[in-house]
Design a protein around this ligand. Structure first.
Ligand code: LLP
Length: 385
């Protein structure tokens, strides 16, 4: 089974470009809202880092989700898309003063604070504006996740968050600061997580922490468990919508929420990955001594995930129904890591055939670079065709 694309309309377009299927995005958003809506006080934020294309962001903003940002640029993008500032959470280990000020000026919902020096600066900057900054502390729970090492974040060795041992000291400090309001705790253990047990482990850790904090008299109004839900990169056509039902149920069953407490989520990949494809054109089919290469006009500059994380993206020749042949699909960049897939079956390729790299809506367009002086790929949504 192949994806559905308006291939004839793509024919005269400049490639490579990103194509976002609005139908899939909307169905995904509807499912997220429906599944999270089964539980009281579950608040879902979209992690803009996965895709900040203004047209995509506008659709997400219209759906009413909150937004998770990791930079001043992302806060600006969210505001431009019409997101209400009180729905914005802002994390990051290295927030610059201007970024903190931007958050303060817009009265964002919460700063997810990752160190004591950062807390002190936020307090200082808030004092200068005669404001109270609302903060959650990002706690490093030292919980592993079954995913690629480069996208694991919740281990003690990672740079993120505040060590659990220091938690009481930090919250105690915050309580003494005039311009800080303590809201609760923030976590994120990694990305592309498909084993619900990893989220169970995080829930258990949070339960222990909450008991410990309450014994010291610290009450958290908000718990934020970050993002991380994975998607099916192997079979995007069969499983276009991630398993949000299991995901939210796992937290509902395992995390002991207190009366009136809010549980926040920051989902990136699971919301936008499956709606996006990178569309590229076959430049040459080259016969090597023992393999053949399909050389396309997209490269690692347009989609870096295979080169950076050994990630798999399903590839389809959307111009051909001819018998399958085996190819290495490669880009034009002068790097030997500029390979999308090796030894992969595609309908026989010819020069000019359009090729779709699937599940590329998350961490695709947004991670593009201009290396080799290339132009950045443009992103289109399906309703533009
Ligand atoms: N919250 C925090 C604090 C995060 O660091 C991240 C992702 C998310 C939420 C969203 O996670 P998601 O739901 O998308 O898994 N470029 C990599 C992924 C990096 C993820 C970074 N943090 C990739 O292409 O696989």
């Amino acid at each position: 089974m192949k994806g559905l694309f308006p291939t004839s309309k793509f024919q005269n377009m400049k490639t490579p470009f990103y194509y976002y299927d609005v139908d899939i995005l909307q169905k995904t958003l509807d499912t997220v809202k429906q599944e999270a809506g089964k539980y009281t006080n579950f608040c879902v934020h979209y992690a803009v880092k996965a895709n900040a294309n203004p047209k995509v962001l506008k659709i997400i903003s219209n759906s009413g989700l909150g937004i998770d940002c990791v930079s001043g640029g992302e806060i600006k993008a969210a505001l431009a898309a019409g997101v209400a500032p009180e729905k914005i959470v802002y994390a990051g280990v290295g927030k610059s003063d201007w970024e903190i000020n931007l958050g303060l000026d817009n009265n964002i919902f919460c700063f997810n604070v990752e160190s004591i020096p950062e807390l002190e600066i936020i307090n200082e900057l808030a004092e200068a504006k005669d404001k109270k900054a609302k903060v959650c502390f990002r706690i490093n729970p030292n919980v592993g996740a079954h995913t690629h090492a480069n996208i694991t974040t919740g281990l003690a060795e990672n740079k993120f968050g505040i060590a659990m041992e220091d938690m009481e000291i930090v919250i105690g400090k915050a309580a003494e600061m005039k311009n800080i309001e303590f809201l609760g705790l923030h976590f994120h253990i990694g990305s592309q997580i498909l084993e619900m047990d990893d989220f169970v482990a995080l829930s258990n850790r949070i339960n222990e922490l909450q008991d410990r904090l309450e014994s010291h008299g610290f009450i958290c109004k908000h718990i934020n468990v970050g993002g991380g839900l994975g998607i099916d990169y192997q079979q995007p056509n069969e499983n276009p919508i991630p398993n949000f039902a299991d995901y939210f149920k796992t937290y509902a069953d395992n995390l002991k929420l207190r009366e009136g407490q809010y549980l926040h989520f920051e989902l990136g990949r699971s919301i936008v990955a499956q709606c996006g494809s990178l569309i590229t054109k076959t430049l040459y089919v080259k016969q090597g001594s023992f393999k053949q290469f399909c050389i396309v006009d997209a490269g690692m500059t347009d989609l870096i995930r295979p080169a950076l994380y050994d990630a798999f993206h399903l590839i389809e020749n959307i111009s051909s129904e001819e018998a399958m042949e085996t190819y290495d699909v490669v880009g034009p960049i002068c790097e030997s890591s500029d390979v999308f897939v090796k030894g992969f079956e595609l309908n026989k390729c010819h020069r000019g055939d359009l090729i779709a790299l699937r599940s590329a809506g998350a961490y695709g367009e947004i991670m593009a670079s201009a290396y080799n002086c290339r132009e950045l790929p443009v992103g289109y949504i399906s309703t533009e065709f």
